[in-house]
Write a protein that binds this ligand. Structure first.
Ligand SMILES: [Zn+2]
Length: 314
């Protein structure tokens, strides 16, 4: 299959083609849809984390289902941005270099595998009017669906992302303060972006995949790339709250993790979140909420390593 850039440059209006995004020795499956009518160029990526299956499956199905006749503008969909992590079922990282692809943007032309993939995705971000990065809970994570918008970009870029995020059927929106992450990197370059989080636990859920596709279609309708009837009607969206910050609790010891909260659950300051026990079952560290909030995502695996996330709440 040919590279996404050569396929894209050869396409006329009203076409859909499969391609690969080549980053030297890695081929990422991709679909390009050039709409019958002119409009914005939108980049979607899934599988930056290779075990976030609902997002990957939603991207595969959207690439299959969306038709050029209903599109105004151009859609570039990267189905799996981290194929080695996907193939080897590796949480978080790219197999060849052990790096978290989402932490190495904008990447390097002559860097390690993850850095080169990031470099090629950044080149596409620069040609896009909007960037949607599709994630979810990793193999060992459970989550309440929510969306991140970039918070360190120009205010107009953040506002464009916020306007789009409000068309999703998720009740929490987190304004990120980070400069890492593919979507933050795009926003710093001036491209409005979002990171959607839905699904988790290494599972495919039909309900979550369908909700994911409905959400992405709604954003695309908001951006006038799909017909207005794909917009989720305001009456069907939950009230969405913006969190200006979140607490990312990390384990300060390794051991067996026993959480006592669930994704989406409200927590109040001082409330127990869980405890780490030794492999003999003895309690060794208890964790409690530093402040009021709601659980966004959490580790659900028994094994935890020192310095890894336990619960994120805001
Ligand atoms: Zn992810």
């Amino acid at each position: 299959m040919d590279d996404i850039k050569s396929v894209w440059s050869s396409m006329k209006a009203g076409e859909k083609k499969r391609a690969v995004m080549c980053a030297e020795d890695v081929d990422m499956p991709a679909t390009i849809i050039t709409g019958l009518r002119p409009g914005k160029t939108i980049l979607l990526t899934a599988g930056i984390h290779g075990c976030e299956y609902c997002s990957i499956q939603a991207a595969i199905e959207l690439a299959d289902e969306l038709r050029p006749e209903e599109v105004s503008g151009t859609l570039l969909i990267i189905h799996i941005a981290n194929p080695s992590g996907f193939k080897e079922r590796l949480p978080e990282v790219v197999a060849e270099d052990g790096k978290n692809l989402n932490r190495v943007f904008p990447g390097k032309a002559d860097g390690s595998k993850a850095e080169r993939i990031a470099w090629h995705i950044t080149a596409l971000q620069k040609r896009a009017d909007f960037y949607i990065d599709m994630h979810g809970g990793d193999l060992h994570e459970s989550m309440h669906p929510f969306v991140f918008i970039p918070g360190v970009a120009e205010e107009s870029v953040t506002q464009a992302a916020r306007d789009a995020a409000q068309t999703l059927s998720v009740d929490m929106r987190v304004r990120s303060r980070a400069t890492t992450g593919a979507y933050n990197s795009a926003a710093i370059l001036g491209v409005p972006s979002m990171l959607i989080e839905r699904g988790g636990n290494g599972q495919i859920s039909r309900t979550e995949v369908d909700a994911y596709k409905r959400d992405v279609r709604s954003v695309l309708a908001h951006l006038a790339v799909l017909p207005a009837d794909r917009l989720i009607p305001p009456a069907q969206r939950p009230q969405q709250r913006e969190l200006d910050s979140a607490v990312y609790l990390e384990a300060d010891t390794e051991g067996c993790w026993h959480p006592c909260v669930a994704p989406g659950q409200p927590v109040s300051q001082g409330q127990p979140l869980g405890e780490v026990r030794t492999s003999f079952g003895e309690p060794c560290r208890q964790y409690a909420a530093e402040r009021d909030g709601r659980v966004l995502y959490m580790t659900v695996s028994l094994a935890v390593e020192k310095g890894t996330p336990l619960v994120a709440y805001g």
